[in-house]
Write a protein that binds this ligand. Structure first.
Ligand SMILES: [Mg+2]
Length: 319
């Protein structure tokens, strides 16, 4: 049997192969954005794409596709507590695309980018030779909010930090392809407010795109720790339980690790977005322990690949 492809294995391989990138790379692959040294100033860069059939369904309005391609990247900027600077975009169009659809798509990318003060300054377009999914890839450039406020990385978590999330989780991508994932507001303003309020106690942060289970594992691994999630404390969207909040993904909320006993505001930003404590970081109990465990009525569950949560006696199938 050939070895199955796992995206996380490929990402780990890329990180392993990216250790000698030179002194101008402050943060390389493995965070929401890379951080470069640009003549003594921080310059952030990252890329994210949306693909028909994966990130949106066929028939989705081009306005929503273009917007999502941009705001996914803005959400990564928020994850670093940085400020967007500019964007470039490339798209691969199906051969039967109409000129009107293509114009509406690029208009949406340009308009949304401008809305976040990240003007679209270049790009590339291509046509599939045969049938192929519409794909829009956006590269974002960003800068620290000020030279005194460094980007917040995933790797800064300490043991005993409290973990918080903004907003509520689960059910963003509905079975028919609609849902919050097409019109979410990236938590840019909230991230900046949290950074200003918490200062150096905001140890680590990232945006939640692949579900709290996978993303908390990434933050914990980058920090060399284990995340313990109290599932009873998860802020779940209507119709969702803790499994959906842990696993659904496409939430585009923030996950943050806060040190000390510093009070964290209950709401933050112009939209007064709710902040909920959902767990803590702790030292790894064993070297090969899972990076995330869930506490459910004093039972400790770990996520077993994509299959579900389990402990020695019980198995919960995740969706
Ligand atoms: Mg991200």
């Amino acid at each position: 049997m050939p070895e199955p492809f796992r995206e996380d294995d490929l990402l780990a391989y890329i990180r392993d192969q990216s250790r000698m990138l030179g002194p101008r790379v402050r943060t390389g692959p493995g965070d929401d954005l890379a951080v470069l040294d640009f003549h003594g100033h921080g310059l952030l860069v990252g890329v994210d794409q949306v693909i028909e059939g994966v990130h949106f369904s066929k028939g989705t309005a081009p306005e929503l596709v273009g917007r999502k391609a941009v705001v996914r990247n803005i959400s990564d900027v928020a994850g670093m507590a940085a400020r967007p600077l500019a964007m470039v975009a490339s798209c691969v169009l199906p051969p039967d695309v109409s000129p009107e659809f293509a114009r509406r798509l690029v208009d949406a990318v340009r308009r949304t980018a401008l809305q976040f003060n990240a003007p679209l300054v270049g790009g590339d377009t291509a046509l599939h030779r045969g049938p192929g999914p519409l794909t829009v890839s956006v590269t974002v450039l960003a800068e620290p909010v000020s030279q005194a406020m460094h980007p917040v990385l995933r790797s800064g978590g300490h043991a005993n930090d409290r973990l918080f999330v903004t907003g509520s989780l689960g059910g963003s991508l509905l079975p028919d392809g609609t849902g919050k994932h097409l019109d979410f507001e990236p938590r840019l303003d909230e991230a900046e407010a949290l950074h200003a309020t918490l200062g150096g106690e905001l140890h680590a942060m990232m945006d939640l795109s692949d579900g709290l289970a996978r993303d908390a594992a990434r933050l914990a691994e980058a920090s060399g720790l284990q995340a313990v999630i109290d599932v009873a404390a998860l802020p779940c969207n209507p119709g969702c339980g803790w499994r959906e909040a842990m696993c659904d993904g496409e939430d585009y909320e923030l996950l943050l690790a806060v040190g000390g006993t510093r009070a964290v505001p209950a709401v933050v930003g112009r939209g007064r977005t709710r902040i909920s404590q959902v767990g803590v970081l702790r030292a790894m109990p064993l070297p090969n322990a899972p990076r995330v465990v869930c506490m459910l009525s004093d039972v400790e569950l770990s996520l077993d690949g994509a299959a579900g949560f389990h402990d020695a006696t019980r198995v919960f199938e995740a969706r």
